[in-house]
Design a protein around this ligand. Structure first.
Ligand code: DP6
Length: 320
């Protein structure tokens, strides 16, 4: 049977960076994210006994480098004794460039595979299964403000606040669209093994998570802005202090940060966050979206600006 699922990327406000157990892909820290609405990946999975191997097509082209990771995720969700599968994925945003495409891809893959195989895993179980493929994917199973807890032997996600309850907007400044030089999985291990700031990063994470939880519970934008920017810059400091250093920013990334500082000086409630890539994500209130969008679009070097509200999380959309 063939099933199709749709999932959105999520943007971490308190970042996941570092693994406690690489075999089971357990994170070394908890994290908090917002799930997007308007950027998405659709994923179809069809198990077919006549196939001699899994086949992966991403945005219309064969993608063999990603295939082993995708096949492993199917084994995790459905069992290694499964039939081979034809997997087709389409994203409406640049992939592999620090826009959390692995989060939406593996969240959608877990949901589609589960449905195609007639399994009936709960969202919590699917989050745990998707998280074994990519930690951030676990958060895309849910909508709104999502926390991933670093506790016990499993990946546990929960919704801290619904998307309609605090409908923030996200403006993404795309500053380069090529694939990133080092993937997150590898980069996290380099950080753990070499960065002198890694231990302090881990030690301080609970305080940042507490602060963000309080800010989200009270819809306190300034408080969330302050802790999210701090947490993002700390994660990048860990990366910069690694050997070899991992510098995902380009000069336009810095120009966008400067644009956001200027908006803040003009009393616009906005803050930035940046993941393992050069894109800058600006979070703001709906009434300021147009001003933020215009300012980032006018920043020299910005290639494209994407806007999104908060979304609902991964779901099956078709079953044929
Ligand atoms: C910087 O989830 O891509 O986006 O578990 O190895 O697949 P793996 O890592 P991944 O890492 C995401 C890192 C980040 C921060 C975040 O999303 O929390």
């Amino acid at each position: 049977m063939r099933a199709t699922a749709k999932a959105q990327p999520n943007i971490a406000l308190i970042k996941y960076w570092g693994k406690r157990d690489t075999g089971r892909n357990l994170p070394a820290v908890g994290s908090i994210s917002i799930t997007l609405a308007d950027l998405y990946t659709t994923m179809s999975v069809e198990f077919d006994k006549s196939l001699g191997a899994d086949v992966l097509v991403v945005n219309g082209a064969d993608d063999s480098p990603m295939l082993p990771r995708v096949s492993r995720c199917l084994d995790t969700v459905v069992g290694a004794d499964r039939a081979h599968a034809r997997i087709e994925s389409e994203s409406n945003f640049p992939i592999a460039a620090g826009l959390a495409s692995s989060a939406s891809a593996f969240a959608a893959l877990a949901v589609a595979a589960d449905a195609a195989a007639g399994r009936e895993n709960t969202s919590a179980q699917l989050a745990s299964l998707a998280g074994q493929a990519s930690g951030s994917a676990a958060r895309s199973l849910l909508g709104g403000f999502v926390e991933l807890k670093n506790a016990g032997d499993d990946i546990v996600v929960s919704e801290l606040r619904g998307r309609d309850d605090w409908p923030l907007r996200v403006v993404v400044a795309v500053t380069a669209t090529g694939p990133k030089p080092v993937g997150s999985t590898e980069a996290m291990e380099v950080s753990r093994n070499t960065s002198p700031f890694y231990e302090r990063w881990i030690e301080q994470q609970d305080a940042d998570l507490d602060e963000a939880r309080v800010a989200i519970a009270g819809k306190d934008f300034a408080r969330l802005a302050s802790v999210a920017e701090h947490n993002c810059l700390k994660m990048h400091s860990v990366m910069w202090g690694s050997r070899p250093p991992m510098i995902y920013w380009n000069s336009t990334t810095l120009a966008c940060m400067q644009t956001i500082r200027e908006l803040q000086s003009a009393d616009i409630a906005v803050f930035f966050t940046i993941d393992a890539g050069p894109q800058v994500k600006a979070i703001c209130n709906p009434e300021d979206e147009a001003a933020v969008q215009q300012a980032l679009a006018a920043t020299p070097g910005v290639e494209q600006v994407l806007v999104s509200g908060l979304g609902q999380g991964a779901a099956q959309i078709k079953d044929d």
